[in-house]
Design a protein around this ligand. Sequence first.
Ligand code: CP
Ligand code: NVA
Length: 307
Amino acid sequence: MRHLLEIDDLSVDELKRILELAVDPAPPQVLAGQGMALLFEKPSARTRNSMEMAVVQLGGHPMYIQGDEVGMDVRESVEDVTRTLACFHACIGARVFGHSTVERMAAVDQVPVVNMLSDAAHPLQALADVVTLQAEFGDLAGRTITYVGDGNNVFRSLAIAACMLGMDVRFAGPAGYRLVDADRGRVAAAGVEYEEFDRPDEAVRGADAVYSDVWTSMGQEAESARRLADFEGFRIDGTLMAAAGAQAVFLHCLPAHRGEEVTDEVVDGPSSRVWQQARNRMHAARGLLAWMLGEAAEPAAGGGGAT
Ligand code: CP
Ligand code: NVA
């Protein structure tokens, strides 16, 4: 049984296979007659909708569950919630605060667990990002992506996915908002190397893609005013895109805090591929599930008969 908590849970060959399945117009109906639990401790527009539609396209039934409703570690333990959902579903997706929550769910090991965003990682987003980049550039080996802003969950997963596909990764963000030591160790262990810059204009020069995410992630709202001040100078605007060059496309996982990390002229401008990215969330999710519940699955994967 395979789980996806972070992109480097996959080998490079497995990642490439998922990317092939993502663009398969006739995906195997690996969820026919089965359910997938989609558990959210945080809000979502793209992840919930893309996962629900991916499950439907694979013949399955998606079940949206709010975190408060099941009360993980409040009403019953994370492990018991997981065991319960595994009685009914072939797979569980979870969007959580602490990454340890998805690790605990995966450790139950009764059905595959997909991390739909934790404070540490957002692998589904990274899959959609590389689907989008491949559609734009074809083979990604030797291409350069520059991430400007907060060294957060989205950056960590993106950096790993991009490096696994042979891209050069650059990062520009203020001191204090770069990957924490534990995450640096994690990405280094995955063989990921990336270059850090103090100045965004130097980091973006010649890049094929420029990427941004919000400066204040879900759960960090109390730090918003301080973050707004600390990130000043790392906004992606027309001038910064011009410094990158005419070849550069702009990516953002969304939702965007327009006027903070990126200006309207960039999100809505000709370099922007943000809506392709959003659309590719569904294709990437479908590719992942087709692989995870098909080729990667053991013969008897959960949601089975009466016991
Ligand atoms: N990019 C992303 O995960 O969006 P949502 O938070 O809307 O799901
Ligand atoms: N870094 C953001 C991503 C939202 C999709 C967050 O965690 O809120």
